[in-house]
Write a protein that binds this ligand. Sequence first.
Ligand code: SF4
Length: 185
Amino acid sequence: MKDTTITRESSFDAQCAKFGELLDLGKPVSAKVMWSAIHDESYARDLVINKRRPFYLKRLLENPPEVQSRHKPEHHHTNRELITSAASALIRWSKSGFTKVDAKILETRENACLSCPNMVDPERFIQKIIPSKTISNKIGERTGNHICDLCGCHIGKKIQLISESCPDKHPVKEGYTRWNEPKKR
Ligand code: SF4
């Protein structure tokens, strides 16, 4: 098994190479893709979730979203803040292995999203090109291509991953999220 672990010590170029390995590209991702993935968690997540869908992966790689930052990607070799930021944005995913939740947790999470005021239609191009199954009554397909307005993630993808958490607090249960899971510190 390939070592795709991204650590805080990895250089920016090493992270491009590691992220390319993680996506099974056979080459590093571009600095622009890496830069966007670092600063846009939903973009990074979409890249990984769609790594087995060549058509969508290619579109995502060709259309990295513009991100706002004080720093420019061409300064990355000397920019410690960028490297630290990159590591913290991606380390969780590379370690989790993108493990999926079981059917019970999936249903609980989905039920919470379906009754949540933060569930909205996709607006951004990147969000719109991500494939989603048509809405059906089947568990895991009931949110269609809706987005969580708080984190910008595709809900149908987000609720499947064990490493993910709901960004909103539970309406009545202190210390818990809307998914009825303890808040992550
Ligand atoms: S992830 Fe949480 S905040 Fe977002 S739509 Fe689902 S329940 Fe609402």
